[in-house]
Ligand binder design. Structure first.
Ligand code: NAD
Ligand code: UD1
Length: 339
């Protein structure tokens, strides 16, 4: 299939491009590079030894989006482009609502016009809110505490409503849990700018000596050791989940959790990282982060049953690959920045 991947030079998008190319699909990337670098296109080619087309466009720009649809025959769209920093979304709600929602509306509108029927959307486990674990796709969604989360819930509703009146439109809403790790080549991975918000990149930067120590947000949650529990999933497993979602996409709206089904606490992840890489990572317990929930992990039975997909890589592989990328990234920094 010919697939348009929006946000294809980003963290999840770049791994998804690799997985699509390795599965024999052709890839066209659209990204405005607001949170990624163009070098990623070459890294994807280097890993896969395959060609990809790249367009530096903003996917809220309907004219620019249409120019891609008129130039390429497309079988489907995987829409990953989006702004994703929760804290920033509270500071800049309009930028988040505009970017994430308008891009989804523009892409689905142009899909209708050009008869492109397959649409895979990057949603998030955040739409479940503070529900009872494990989260399953039939649960009623609870309000999220920030504009970022609301954009995901709203895009899910918009796509669902479009399908109601266009039953041949086939939409897959993928609710990602916590993607971590990197491609085993060490060429692509997660390279946040500034101080990382998320746990794994914070750990790798402490391990590198770039940050002093990890701040563990809260130790009195009702969890195994009092620290927050999440469902960490290797980004390559997540990427492969997109290929399965696309290959099995049928008419209608289909929601899938992409996680491992395993909960891991902050201290458990820290210990796994230290063991996998033979490095000590200093930490201190601090106050809870506002908006955090105690536990978040997936019921993954639906994806297994309907897509024949399940995550294969364990926490150790996630920790090893995240660290390999961090080290590699440092070596390349200043000369050939990636990520
Ligand atoms: P990322 O920032 O690395 O990648 C997003 C890409 O989209 C970037 O390359 C950015 O330049 C591009 N982009 C943003 N707005 C754009 C626009 N208007 N036009 C064109 N390109 C644009 O983020 P990621 O972690 O790879 O996340 C990908 C998607 O998955 C996002 O929609 C995000 O909300 C969602 N998601 C991510 C996580 C996570 O933990 N990383 C969890 C759940 C959902
Ligand atoms: C964050 C986002 C969420 C998004 C998800 C995946 C917030 C409030 N939520 O959630 O919307 O869908 O990422 O991208 O940002 N932790 C520390 N110290 C740190 C960083 C994190 O102790 O420096 C803890 C957190 O309290 C949490 C766990 O580590 O218990 C994971 O945190 P993080 O990686 O930020 O992911 P989420 O909280 O799941």
């Amino acid at each position: 299939m010919n697939i348009l991947v929006t946000g294809g030079t980003g963290y999840i998008g770049s791994h998804t491009c690799v997985a699509l190319l390795e599965a024999g699909h052709s890839v066209i990337v659209a990204d405005n590079l607001c949170n990624s670098k163009v070098d990623i296109v070459d890294k994807i080619k280097q890993i896969t030894n395959k060609k990809i087309a790249f367009y530096q466009i903003d996917v809220t720009d309907e004219v620019a989006v249409e120019s891609i649809f008129s130039k390429h025959y497309l079988d489907g769209v995987i829409h990953l482009a989006g702004l994703k920093a929760v804290g920033e979304s509270v500071e800049k709600p309009l930028a988040y609502y505009y970017n994430n929602i308008v891009s989804t509306m523009v892409l689905s509108k142009v899909c209708q016009k050009y008869g492109v029927r397959k649409f895979v959307f990057s949603s998030s486990a955040t739409v479940y809110g503070d529900n009872t674990v494990p989260f399953n796709e039939k649960m009623n969604l609870l309000p999220t505490t920030n504009p970022y989360g609301e954009t995901k819930a709203m895009c899910e509703r918009i796509l669902t409503d479009i399908v109601k009146v266009n039953p041949s439109f086939s939409v897959s809403l993928l609710r990602y849990f916590n993607p971590v790790g990197a491609h085993e080549s060490g060429l692509i991975g997660e390279a946040p700018t500034g101080i990382p918000n998320n746990l794994m990149p914070y750990i790798t930067q402490v391990a590198k000596g770039q940050l002093d120590k990890l701040k563990v947000f809260g130790s009195e949650y009702p969890t195994v050791d009092g620290t927050g529990v999440r469902d960490y999933i290797h980004v390559l497993d997540l990427a492969e989940g997109h290929v399965s979602a696309l290959d099995n996409l049928i008419e209608g709206v289909h929601i899938f959790n992409l996680g491992t089904g395993q909960g891991t606490s902050v201290l458990e992840l820290l210990k796994a990282f230290e063991e996998a890489n033979g490095i000590e990572v200093p930490y201190e317990i601090v106050n809870r982060r506002p908006g955090d929930i105690a536990s978040c992990y997936a019921d993954v039975s639906k994806a297994k049953q309907k897509l024949g997909w399940a995550a294969k890589r364990d926490i150790k592989a996630m920790c090893r690959d995240a660290w390999r990328f961090e080290k590699n990234y440092k070596e390349l920094e200043g000369t050939n920045r990636i990520g």
